[in-house]
Design a protein. Sequence first.
Length: 598
Amino acid sequence: MSFSNFDILIKGAEIVDGTGGPAYTGSVGVKGEKIAAVAAGNLEAKADKTINGSGLVVCPGFIDPHSHADLSILQYPLAENLIMQGITTFVGGNCGISLAPVKDIQYFQGIIDAWGLALKPDWKSFNDWLEKVETAGHTPNYVPLVGHNAVRGAVMGDDFKRKATREEINEMKSLLTEAMETGAFGLSAGFDAASAGHFADVGEVVELVRIAGDRGGMFAPHTRHHQSQWPADNPSEFGYGLFHAPKGEIITGRYHGLLEAVEISRKAGSVPLNIAHLTPAYSVPQPHPDFLDEALAKATLMDVVDSAIDEGLDLNYNVIAWSRSIGSQLPVIESFFSPLLVLPEWLRALEKEEFTEKLRDRGFRSRVKEVIYGGKFKFGMLHPVTDPYWMDCYRILTCKNSDYAGKTVGQIARKLKPHSIIEAVYDESVETVFNILIDDPGATWALIIDKREYGALPTFLKHPAGMPCTDVHALPAMSSSGQGVYGYGVSPTAFGLFPHYIRLYVKEKKVLTLEEAVMKATSVPARKVLGLSDRGVLKEGYFADVVVFSLDRLKEGEDFLEPSKPPEGVSCVIVNGKVVYEDMKHTGITPGKVLRKT
Ligand SMILES: [Zn+2]
Ligand SMILES: [Zn+2]
């Protein structure tokens, strides 16, 4: 036993060190920024602060491999929502979206404003941006990716709905090279409809991914058709976010998107691939949404993940480990006015009051239904044709008609058409949305189940290439739905995903052991994905990013009307040797670092 002095000593806790090795009772000593000792039994030493770990688990801080916290980290540097759930490091810049590089600050300000971020950008290069964040200070560590949309947007501005020219691609390459040489861990991309990356030629992406790969970086794609699978009958419209998907057909858009990502990585020289928020590659319309999800998840692993790994590709993926996804309380009416959708002019031209008034007219309802079923329309994240059971995924949270509040759209619709499931799900559900808006134009709902992941999550989490992520922004402790980027994302997920992941998959479903679950949230992202050799494990000499929690008491908040409720059972969170969360409160300090790839 050593008798050295520690700044912090956690005694008599169950040590789960992040490697996957068996837990044991022991002590962890922290000195300065680092872990100074990890030992079985009770370490007898003096410490400025001693934490009695009896009955508690101590493990490395959670590493969130897919986050958008970088977008709001200057606004909310304490990132209280991440810290309260034990996240000590986040990988930002995902889905093709990063806040640098910037070429034209005025143009970029317009984008920032449209996203609803309260930011005044005064940086241009990726290095400028990272220095800005470093100077401002922040609580969690930030691992930066550079986004393809950002690189493409910097070069092409608003004129991005086309292939880039040779000169433009060369300019993108030089911006990306600067970002990689200044510390980015790789290139992220977003190929879904309406984003700049969506319009890129595969050749452009391959050239860029090669630059990231040559500098030891990864490729992190949000794959094509992940979210936006529009129905289309005209074959000339296939691709570009449109997918042939009439009612009843197996929908394979996501499968093609995944294959494309593997192909890009392969063509760029087998660049390590980290697939964003994996969902089953196939959607099969089914009246009980979770019947086939496990089978679809297994098929996805076999057809895409394992075959690429067998071929020798370094492929990992993350999953939003909460079937509620990132849904938050939103006005129902927003679906008809979202700036993210391609809606016909006659609908765009209406005021909200006019719209709800006209819904009383049957002819008008039919016209709107044509848009809903045949157009580039979505209820939030779900298209009513390519996600045919969307109505069971949306629950009405508030409505002046008390018959509706607390029920899913599908539950309300089925009550009205008890003898025909087909009529209920396809037609009556949309009629129900109209009726809700007539009763209360201010009614709100939330996406309560992202059923694409519901039954698939255990299968995806068990696979060695899979790890949990949040896909959320940095938020303050008391958040209202208005504080999310683009007005959404303030969901219980944003405040308690990691406690949920451990409680549900370790304690309740017993899908993973505690050691496996912690490993997938710590050393797997640190070592396998990021190549960090000094984080993600409780080991002498490693940075002291630590979480202390009670497995018995661990419980996430789950109320969409009170989304920012802190999870129970998280006793203490330490970042770089400093206590940042204790007694259910953030301590207000900002010891986080920008981790630059060296
Ligand atoms: Zn994404
Ligand atoms: Zn994302």
